[in-house]
Design a protein around this ligand. Structure first.
Ligand code: MOS
Length: 733
């Protein structure tokens, strides 16, 4: 039987998804369901002076309207609302009191017999506010932004080295606020199971995180709340934390002692978290030959008034470029908006955009090929701790990416390459992300009919987790793929962290390997009992599971079938549950890397930019599934096109409110915007990072893409646009 790991295996949940059999949070039905609709604040800051629900309550079919004045009891302390991945500060407490902290804040929940009635009645709730002055513009607060703990300690004397450098570049880059816009709306269906017990179908990246949150906020015991989320229609980080819909739906079920469904509207999805707008200032100093002497990187990002959300924007150069003098600073400006949240490769997507555009500008100042500049400064060590990487095949990414793209045919002079009436530009950039892994548990049950069930409370947010789990289990247990069934997305299953940070593939696959070994050991124990067993002297490390048998590694003829072993042992099932934990290894840095090459064509008269080709060469350890991994990278690259050219959440600062809270006016790439995309996986064996050598590919794909495109636009036009997105008006200025 050929191994499944490393192949382009199609999604095991594909059929369920395309036939509609896969159920999402708002699709679970139960008799007697009440439907909720949220009323949100129209001001950004102040207090609710009066809230009048009488007219809404008069609508036939309306059951109740919950507000801060009549809601059931919920926890009082901030701490009770802290979920597993909450940033510092005081989490938002929905319907807690009369205080308004952002426009779009939920202030009432209308409950009715059907969702249309609830939504109509919600429009009849009238609210009077005591309004206070708000600030939602990062540029208005940039000078007051407070410094937070540095992501990496300064090395050398960056300011002095910059002043003394032979060639310098400094620039300020801007990434606007962006939203995740997953297809599936945030929704919760809560079934009232009697005796205060609840089953919560929720859109989330972490069922156990939501379970703990609900138990903490509503003072329930873990066995009274079960959270289920078998399928997630995209989340990209927006579902890492419990969202207010789940708190409101549970609150309503408790108030009515009845099952409740709450689905947010697309507009309300813009009041839940976002990629924070960030101002990035980068200064690079180099010798005339192109070696770096100084790097300073300062990020000024927005957060809410109640939480300090920050990710590492600035210290990525420590992993990429050799330099003796570096300084990184991160500042936060609190604004009257809801808290930002993680969004694919948080921190790196924004920070590396700035760093990689700045490197391109330095290359221009040095009259040096931008790829050559990266190679001259290539670092084989993480410099902050001065440690090697578990593996780093970035040089190979540069080489294979450049070759596939045809980089050596680039004329370095801007505005020299044309295709008919269009200017052609070629740009490149580097991408980097972390190879994280988290403690996680897996349960495997093997039955005598040769079937295995593999269970873990992780999620599959569309990334292919079901499929890679099945592949790894099939190989480790020596069973065909269709003899494996996967259970996930249920808080009752073995412990899992939230699915995020690109850490689930590495974590869960190693846990499956560990648990499979326990299954193998148990099977070997039984196989020894078979009369005249050929494995009677075998030790666990002497055998493997293959083709439905326990087989000697040294002599394939010495084997006992799993069915025989189990029959002989008198058991019809074997169950094992094991955790994978990953020892703290402070002797190595763990990262994934990529090199991105982009081609743009620019119609100068209209300013229209088309990204006609992108090649991304990725080094991310062992690739478990070349099809789903390629999907991840490709999706990320499409998102990088959106980041470069289309995406921005626009806030009307007069009202402190998002203006384009819909996918008609919040632009994302469509088919016509996406042309040739090539993904290369560079071979990167790694026996240090974890036993299977897996690093994860959920996030690396987006990092650097917008920089490669911005650099290509400069090469095409000679115009350097540092503010994203690069819309045609900016190119016409
Ligand atoms: Mo990812 S932003 O950790 O879902």
């Amino acid at each position: 039987m050929a191994p499944y790991i490393g192949t382009a295996t199609s999604r095991v949940d594909g059929r369920a998804k395309v036939t509609g059999a896969a159920k999402y949070a708002a699709e679970f039905n139960t008799p007697g369901l009440a439907h909720g609709s949220v009323v949100t604040s129209t001001i950004a800051k102040g207090r609710i002076a009066r809230i009048d629900t009488r007219e809404a309550l008069r609508v036939p079919g309306v059951i109740a309207v919950l507000t801060h004045e009549n809601r059931p009891r919920m926890a009082g302390s901030d701490r009770a609302y802290m979920d597993d991945v909450a940033p510092g500060g005081s989490p938002f407490r929905p319907l807690y009191d009369d205080k308004i902290m952002f426009s779009g804040q939920p202030i009432a929940l209308v409950l009715a017999e059907d969702s249309e009635t609830a939504r109509f009645a919600a429009s009849l709730v009238s609210v009077a506010y005591d309004e206070k002055a708000h600030v939602t513009d990062l540029f208005q607060r940039r000078d007051k932004a407070k410094e937070i703990q540095r992501p990496s300690k300064p090395r050398g004397r960056a300011d002095k080295a910059f002043a003394a450098a032979e060639v310098r570049h400094q620039g300020e880059y801007f990434i606007p606020m962006e939203h995740h816009n997953p297809m599936e709306l945030f929704a919760s269906t809560v079934t009232w199971d009697g005796d205060g017990k609840l089953t919560v179908y929720d859109k989330t990246q972490g069922v156990q995180n939501v379970q703990r949150y609900v138990c903490s906020v509503f003072d329930r015991k873990p066995d009274e709340v079960r959270v289920i989320s078998p399928f997630v229609g995209g989340a990209f980080g927006s579902g890492l934390r419990p969202q207010y819909n789940v708190a409101l739906a549970v609150m309503a079920a408790r108030a009515l002692e009845r099952s409740v469904r709450l689905v947010l509207t697309r507009q309300q999805m813009y009041g839940l978290g976002y990629r924070p707008a960030t101002i990035e200032r980068v200064a690079l100093g180099a010798k005339a030959g192109g070696t770096l002497d100084a790097i300073t990187h300062e990020a000024i990002a927005m957060t809410s008034q109640y939480e300090d959300f920050a990710r590492n924007d600035t210290a990525w150069a420590d992993m990429l470029y050799k330099c003796a003098n570096t300084k990184y600073t991160h500042r936060l400006a609190p604004l009257d908006l809801c808290s930002p949240s993680d969004m694919r490769a948080p921190g790196a997507t924004t920070g590396v955009y700035a760093l990689e555009c700045a490197m391109d500008e330095l290359a221009v100042a040095l009259k040096l090929d931008p790829l050559e500049l990266r190679l001259r400064n290539y670092s084989d060590r993480e410099q902050n701790e001065d440690i090697p990487f578990t593996s780093k095949k970035l040089r190979e990414c540069y080489r294979q990416g450049a070759e596939a793209f045809g980089w050596d045919k680039r004329n370095p002079e801007p505005r020299t390459m044309r295709d008919g009436g269009e200017l052609v530009g070629w740009g490149m950039a580097t991408g980097i992300w972390e190879a994280l892994q988290m403690p996680i548990a897996v349960r495997i049950v093997v039955t005598a009919n040769g079937h295995a069930e593999v269970a873990c409370a992780t999620s599959d947010i569309g990334t292919g987790t079901y499929t890679i789990m099945a592949q790894v289990a099939a190989d480790m247990l020596g069973l065909p793929l269709d003899s494996i069934s996967i259970k996930l997305g249920d808080s009752a299953l073995p412990r899992s962290p939230v699915e995020g940070g690109s850490w689930i593939a590495a974590s869960v696959s190693n846990a499956i390997a560990t648990t499979s070994q326990a299954i193998r050991n148990e099977l070997l124990r039984l196989a020894k009992k078979v009369p005249a067993s050929p494995l009677v002297d075998a030790k666990p490390q002497d055998v493997a599971l293959a083709d439905g048998k326990i087989v000697s590694r040294w002599d394939a003829a010495r084997a006992v079938s799993i069915a025989d072993a189990m029959r002989q042992g008198g058991v019809d099932r074997i169950e094992q549950e094991k955790s994978a934990s990953f020892p703290d290894d402070d002797k190595h840095a763990r990262n994934t890397h990529s090199a991105i090459f982009a081609e743009v064509k620019v119609d100068e008269q209209l300013g229209v930019v088309r990204v006609t080709r992108i090649v991304s060469a990725v080094a991310a350890g062992r690739i478990l599934n070349t099809k789903t991994a390629r999907n991840q990278i490709m999706g990320s690259m499409v998102w990088g096109i959106g980041m470069a050219l289309h995406e921005e959440t626009l806030v009307d600062h007069k009202f402190g409110r998002v203006m384009n809270a819909n996918i008609a006016e919040y632009h994302v790439p469509v088919n016509a915007d996406v042309h040739d995309i090539e993904v290369i996986f560079v071979d990167e064996p790694d026996d240090i990072v974890n036993p299977l050598g897996v690093k994860g590919v959920g996030e690396i794909g987006i990092v650097g893409v917008a920089a490669a495109i911005a650099n290509a636009i400069y090469h095409a036009t000679g115009k350097r646009i540092r503010d994203l997105p690069i819309t045609l008006d900016k190119l016409q200025e």
